[in-house]
Design a protein around this ligand. Sequence first.
Ligand code: GLU
Length: 399
Amino acid sequence: MSARYAPSANVIELTESATIAVSARAKSLRAAGRAVIDLGAGEPDFPTPTFIREGAKRALDAGATRYTLVEGILPLRETIAGRASAHLKINDVLPDQVVVSTGSKQALFNSCFVLFGEGDEVLVPTPAWTSYYQILTLARARAVIVRGSREHSLKATARDLEGAATPRTRGVILNSPTNPTGAVYDLDELREILSLAARCGWWVISDEIYREISYAAPAPSLLDAASGDAALGERLIVVDGVAKAYAMTGWRIGWSIAPLAVARAICALQSHTTSNASAVSQHAALCALTARDQADAAIAAMVGEFRRRRDVAVSMLREVKADFVEPRGAFYLFIRIPQRDNDAESGTTFARELLETRDVAVVPGAAFHTPEWIRISYAAPMEDVVEGVRRVIELLMSS
Ligand code: GLU
């Protein structure tokens, strides 16, 4: 079977996910017998906690094998809405504002697809996760890159966003803690951005998938920033899921919390694409979110381990005076690779050489529109983090 294929206009600009491609490459090299250290994948290396797996088994035996409502089972949406209301303090969030999707990636796709279209511009504080740019392109909108300054941990300020806005600006995608830098926006920064967006009538999509992985203080939600002022929450869509904090990547459960009309559009869209997210996975997520004592203990243990790895990696990088963003959340380290021979893609060249000559997989910063950087994920066993960072430093110093 070898028909000539010309990509449709829908996917003409589409490229595969660079973050996923790196871990796929690391896996295939491993399968071929190479001892590759994978610091590419943004995936917790822990198994899903036992109490969640047990909850899923019970749900299966009780018959969680059929379609559910497209938007997800009511107890899960009630729980998510209840947790959101606790942040917002006023204006109780309704279960009907919540749509459960197949991972937060689908929730983000749904949100962008129903909110934006041809001719719309959406501000993306950059560096940002590779899929935002592609999802916006699939929605036929234009991703506008807004660079944060180095002094500000590459975070974009309200002023940066205002400077990039045009009459066509329709929204902004925020992500704190940030993939790929690990930077965390504080409450004042979020409030300023939310106020600007409210003034300009922009939609704000807040990707909070790493919010529970935060090292200094709890990372604020955009819901905290909207708290006390109903007008600030009117155009806010919060996207979250269980993948990262609960080590549940493979279960594929994420959700969006949106104003009712937007939630209805998301639900209609999803009714034609995937219908409900996996029924048993929804029950597993319900168990994760409701068995609070066990969940809090499991998250504390995992975050504690991420913190140990972060501290070790950071002190190794500090020792050689590497330029990296101070990581305060998520499980990433973003390191600048000084240019050699005017190579504007120094991060890409470095990542390739690191894999070829030193068997360490990392994601080139080009995936996040910052080609002079690389991303390391320390969601890997401590010995891999130590040895991987040692080899990164060795290559950095060899130039
Ligand atoms: N979000 C993770 C990452 O950035 C997982 C892979 C993906 O879906 O991009 O590595």
